[in-house]
Design a protein around this ligand. Structure first.
Ligand SMILES: [Cu+2]
Length: 161
């Protein structure tokens, strides 16, 4: 694991997840070693940005609106995401995920990490929304695809470049 970032470094990392004008006014939260969230800076625009997760090989800060943050918290606590709340998340630095099928995989099982370039995510939508998109275990990450399909945490990964 990389050496821990300072609070200032975490804030800078988190803000890079979103367009500058969103990151600037966002709340910044970081996860401690126990997986608990800590507020580094209070924001005003309803977005919460989280710095790169050092446990994954890629640089993957994220920035979530209020509904998406509820979804993130549900994922972290293994609870059911609130229903009927569609959320938007920015990951403009891209991301790496251990698995496209297992929301809690920490390492790829035999296969490679799922690498996605700069993208936005849509969480909490109806199944019919996700049914429009591919759901392969090893997706083409250059076009929109569903991550963690068929789980309570399925979401759309939509590259923007
Ligand atoms: Cu993502």
């Amino acid at each position: 694991m990389a050496k821990p970032m300072s609070d200032a470094q975490m804030i800078a990392s988190a803000m890079r997840a979103a367009p500058a004008n969103v990151g600037r006014h966002a709340t910044i939260m970081a996860m401690d070693a126990q997986g608990k969230m800590r507020t580094l800076r209070q924001g005003t625009n309803g977005f919460t940005c989280i710095p790169d997760a050092p446990a994954t090989p890629g640089n993957d800060p994220m920035c979530a609106d209020k509904a998406a943050m509820g979804w993130v918290n549900a994922w972290l606590t293994h609870t059911t995401p609130p229903s009927g709340k569609v959320g938007l998340m920015y990951m403009l630095e891209g991301g790496t995920d251990a698995s496209n099928t297992d929301p809690y995989a920490k390492q790829p099982k035999g296969e490679h990490w799922i690498k996605t370039g700069p993208h936005v995510m849509v969480v909490g939508a109806d199944a019919a929304f996700y049914d429009q998109y591919p759901k392969q275990a090893d997706p083409d990450t250059g076009a929109p695809y569903v991550m963690w399909a068929g789980t309570p945490y399925q979401h759309l990964m939509a590259p923007i470049r």
